[in-house]
Design a protein around this ligand. Structure first.
Ligand code: AMP
Length: 284
């Protein structure tokens, strides 16, 4: 079922709750693919009812980013959702989520600001304000749906860590479930933004997963020096690539690592032409 208003979602979820049913929520921005589908299936397995949101959230895009051109494919999304056991699709428009807000800045809107320590690294460094927008909208969605469980992909690992922190710090009554990153057969991490890539750029985009798999391979052969592991990336980079970061961090706290170990997660952000892509891998 597809609904567009907060009232409809609340009424439907309330009727489920009255029957004692458990509810899972999967927030998305739509342009759904198999990565999203894996989250829906996980929720459908764990919960009696699954709600997904499809909302391209304006306040998590930075100036100059792709808010306007972000793919919007609601009809196809509903079909994918249904095939993965989703019970309710909530697709609000921006006015429904941010009514009477003259400008979507913190001068006019109550924001949830995650801690600087978690934000001032990886994607948060270049995407200033992005995680404020993410935490604000996820907080709103959690308040609207009031699910027992909410599912987020490890594809956006920094986001997952920040949202767990938010739920913990603000005593929000939901359990956050992290779900493994889903890749294409080629190794490319599936992303709605892969739609921006031409065929040749798709080939260039394989550099992200190749770099990560190679680092993991070297680590498993005994290399733990991070400078040496970073050095191995360069053989996969060419003139079409702009490396934004290649970082080794603690998987729980996102703290910088001096030496790679099993608790290390490796993060990469790379521009292929004008398309910015991210990926990450556990060294465990
Ligand atoms: P998005 O629509 O990009 O905001 O993503 C919605 C949710 O799907 C987020 O929790 C993402 O981390 C997750 N997700 C997106 N791509 C993948 C993927 N390839 N594997 C696993 N989860 C994903």
């Amino acid at each position: 079922m597809l609904v567009h208003t907060i009232k409809e979602v609340r009424d439907i979820v309330n009727s489920w709750k009255k029957q004692g049913l458990t509810v899972g929520l999967v927030p998305t921005m739509g342009a759904l693919h198999n990565g999203h589908k894996s989250l829906f299936e996980k929720s459908a397995k764990k919960c009696d009812k699954t709600v997904i949101s499809v909302f391209v959230n304006p306040i998590q895009f930075c100036p100059g980013e792709d808010f306007e051109k972000y793919p919007r494919t609601l009809d196809a999304d509903c079909k994918i959702a249904e095939s993965a056991g989703v019970d309710l699709v909530f697709a609000p428009n921006p006015k429904e989520m941010y009514p009477n807000v003259q400008m979507m800045t913190s001068d006019f809107l109550t924001y949830v600001n995650p801690p600087f320590f978690y934000v001032n690294k990886l994607c948060g460094k270049s995407r200033v304000g992005h995680f404020d927008g993410v935490c604000t909208v996820v907080n709103k969605l959690l308040n609207i749906v009031q699910p027992n469980f909410a599912f987020f992909g490890e594809k956006d690992y920094q986001q997952l860590v920040i949202l767990k922190k938010m739920v913990n710090d603000l005593n929000i009554s939901v359990e956050i479930i992290g779900c493994p990153l889903v890749r294409e057969e080629s190794g490319l991490a599936i992303s709605s933004r892969n739609k921006y890539l031409s065929e040749s750029e798709k080939q260039d985009a394989l550099a992200l997963s190749k770099i990560l798999f190679n680092i993991k391979n070297c680590f498993q052969k005994g290399v733990t020096d991070i400078a040496a592991l970073k050095e191995t990336a360069y053989e996969f980079l060419n003139e079409h690539h702009t490396l934004e970061y290649l970082d080794f961090r603690d998987a729980e706290t996102l703290e910088d690592k001096n030496i790679a170990d099993e608790n290390t997660r490796v993060f990469i952000a790379l521009k292929v032409g004008s398309v910015r892509l991210i990926d990450n891998i556990s060294l465990k």
